[in-house]
Ligand binder design. Structure first.
Ligand code: ASP
Length: 452
């Protein structure tokens, strides 16, 4: 059986819902649909999830909420009307929103409960429409399906015991429509995954039922070898491994959520990216192993902005037992996660996402702690760094990737702030200044993909 996940753009209005219903109907192996909340209908439009977040913000600030509730229900009303569904659905939706607002006092819990409504209402709507067109379908709440998660608001992690319960979905006997993006904690609270997390629900369900394929329907057919908004007509990727995808989606390849790879890769379930607007195209397939062409060692190049590096210098650092452990302790004390730690004998850099330092004097406090605890000779801070990451399974069998890249950068007068090659040898990272990002990406991309 196949599990199909439909993203927000595939469910943004009635016309799109009709398309996904046809997609479900056209293949009897598609037994489970996981749905997102309605996304943007055009540029400038607002996703329903963002409307729900705005509702929460107004409610907690004591500002008026009626207009936002009307707008949210209005998004669903337009679909219910055009699809010819019962208005009772809309009354239920409004009742749920108002009941959350009235009964959940803890701010973060309320936010998660409200955020879950976009997916939850859409799943009910899709199930009703499938029945209307003759597909025997049922809506299933993630709690009833068995999606049990940890308790940290907006950052749910699946509890492994969920799989045993979820496996029963195999025997449902009808098409099951499950809202993505949230689960229930042991104490019965609604907890959402990080943003974009319906991909994660889809992957969990696909693994639980041991699906033959996890289809991820979105508004593009392919993942490209670079961000199409930065590189004109980049190469389309037909097959990519889980490991390559993990490296690229970590670094800003937005098509597939990086946390969604873990459940499926453990079970070796292939993922196919498909376009709701062109479902006949077999899009990018994500698999465990792929044949690579020796002349094409690189599969994709990402460019991710917004990093800060802290470089510490201290003579004989290499001889000091526990230096890195104490540095990491400081990071933990300040609740900071890091991305890379390239090091030399007397210096070490730690690269972090800059947004973690926003809004207070956290950076100054971290530096003070480093100076006190580690007695460094100097600390150099570099903001506005961009990480360009080159990814490809073929890289480990290919000599000269670093040379080819550094030559391309030096020919374009671009200074490299840092280089890091992971132990896996399928990715290599180059940090450059934000001002050089676009030029650097071009120089590297055309070196690998289109030398002309
Ligand atoms: N609706 C949620 C979001 O906008 C989750 C998702 O679409 O995957 O982040």
């Amino acid at each position: 059986m196949k599990v199909a996940k439909f993203g927000g753009s595939s469910l943004c209005n009635a016309a799109q819902v009709k398309k996904i219903a046809d997609i479900m109907k056209s293949d009897s192996e598609r037994r489970i649909a996981v749905v997102s909340a309605p996304g943007k209908r055009s540029t400038g439009d607002t996703k329903v999830t963002d409307m729900l977040i705005a509702l929460h913000a107004n409610h907690t600030a004591g500002l008026p909420v009626e207009e936002i509730i009307t707008d949210i229900i209005g998004r669903f009303a337009a679909m219910v009307d055009e699809l010819g569904l019962e208005h009772q659905l809309l009354e239920n939706y409004e009742g749920i929103l108002r009941s959350h607002l009235a009964n959940i006092n803890e701010k973060k819990r309320l936010l998660d409960a409200l955020k879950s409504c976009g997916e939850d209402f859409n799943a009910q709507l899709v199930s009703a429409y499938l029945n209307k067109i003759g597909v025997d379908a049922t809506y299933m709440c993630p709690g009833d399906a068995g999606i049990m998660v940890t308790d940290e608001p907006s950052n749910a992690l699946l509890l492994p015991e969920s799989y045993a319960r979820l496996e029963k979905l195999k025997d449902a006997g009808q098409v099951v429509v499950i809202p993505g993006f949230f689960g229930y904690s042991k104490s019965g609270q609604i907890v959402t995954f990080p943003r974009g997390g319906s991909d994660i629900t889809g992957a969990i369900v696909a693994r639980a039922v041991n699906a033959s394929l996890y289809e991820n329907f979105t508004d593009v057919s392919f993942i490209y070898s670079a961000d199409p908004s930065r590189i004109r007509s980049p190469h389309k990727i037909e097959e990519i491994t889980y490991r390559e995808m993990r490296e690229l989606s970590y670094a800003g390849f937005g098509v597939f959520h990086d946390e969604a790879l873990e459940p499926v890769y453990k079970q070796n379930i292939p993922i196919m990216i498909r376009n709701t607007n062109a479902p006949e195209i077999e899009g990018t397939k994500i698999v465990a192993e792929r044949e690579y062409t020796p002349s094409m060692p690189v599969i994709g190049i990402s460019c991710d902005e917004g990093f800060t590096s802290l470089t510490m210098n201290k003579y004989l650092m290499n001889r000091e037992v526990g230096f890195t452990r104490r540095l990491l302790q400081i990071m933990e004390d300040h609740d900071l996660s890091y991305e890379h730690i390239p090091s030399g004998i007397d210096n070490l850099s730690i690269i972090l996402r800059s947004k973690q330092f926003e809004g207070n004097d956290k950076l100054a406090a971290v530096i003070a702690d480093i100076e006190d605890t580690l007695e460094t000779e100097s600390i150099h801070i570099e903001n506005d760094l961009v990480l360009i990451i080159i990814v490809g399974e073929g890289m480990k069998h290919h000599i000269g990737i670093a040379t080819k890249t550094t030559v391309a950068l030096s020919e374009n007068d671009i200074n490299i702030s840092m280089i890091n090659q992971g132990a896996s040898e399928i990715s290599m990272m180059f940090a450059v200044a934000q001002k050089d990002a676009q030029k650097a990406l071009h120089a590297i991309y055309y070196n690998y993909f289109d030398e002309s």
